[in-house]
Write a protein that binds this ligand. Structure first.
Ligand SMILES: [Zn+2]
Length: 207
């Protein structure tokens, strides 16, 4: 049986967390989360919308929640203001991830909620890149950075999560965002997120 716990972030924000009653790994995990979300609120300059995190305990249950079969590496998913995530208790058995990664994965999913609040139509490339960067999920550095190829492959609407992953989207978007921060500032990535997708080509040419 899952229980619900309210987690206060600050005066304006709170989380609702659903997890198995006897799961101490979740209780431990959520202790550090309010401080991290407060930092994100400072960065995004908005409050986190009311968010629910539901922990899941099997691949079958996860697939059912998402509505399709998911690959072994996929452990978190955000729809609207709801996050589904494998409990640290089962993640090593049910996926290719380590227990120690769960906190960063949760921060990543929370970043998606902020990103969508800032811009409902933000490109997947920026949405993922910013989430990876802010959750500190460093990826191996690509040997080459071909902007033309990145534009062709990723700056479009119809890219599925599968296509995105298979074309090294996670690695390239992480490094794209990191380069923007290093060259300009962290605030510049807020502009990327806010950009009207029809103007994205122009923005990129200016970087
Ligand atoms: Zn993501």
């Amino acid at each position: 049986m899952k229980i619900q716990q309210k987690v206060k972030i600050n005066q304006n924000s709170e989380l609702l967390v659903l997890f198995e009653n006897n799961d101490s790994s979740v209780k431990k995990l959520i202790k550090s989360i309010p401080e991290k979300i407060n930092k994100l609120e400072n960065f995004y300059k908005i409050n986190l919308p009311k968010t629910t995190i539901e922990f899941v305990y099997s691949r079958e249950d996860f697939d059912q929640k998402i509505g399709s079969e998911t690959p072994e590496w996929m452990v978190g998913f955000t729809r609207g203001n709801k996050i589904y995530l494998f409990s640290p208790q089962v993640i090593e058995k049910e996926s290719t991830h380590k227990k120690a990664e769960v906190e960063k994965i949760l921060i990543h999913e929370i970043c998606h909620i902020f990103n969508h609040k800032i811009n409902k139509r933000t490109l997947r490339f920026f949405d993922e890149g910013v989430a990876l960067y802010l959750a500190d999920q460093e990826k191996p550095k690509p040997k080459k950075f071909d902007y033309k190829k990145i534009k062709q492959k990723f700056f479009k609407w119809d890219i599925s999560s599968k296509q995105f992953a298979e074309n090294d989207g996670y690695q390239l978007s992480y490094w794209f965002v990191r380069k923007v921060v290093e060259k300009y500032s962290k605030n510049k990535i807020l502009n990327l997120l806010k950009t009207d997708p029809r103007k994205i080509g122009r923005i990129i040419n200016q970087l």
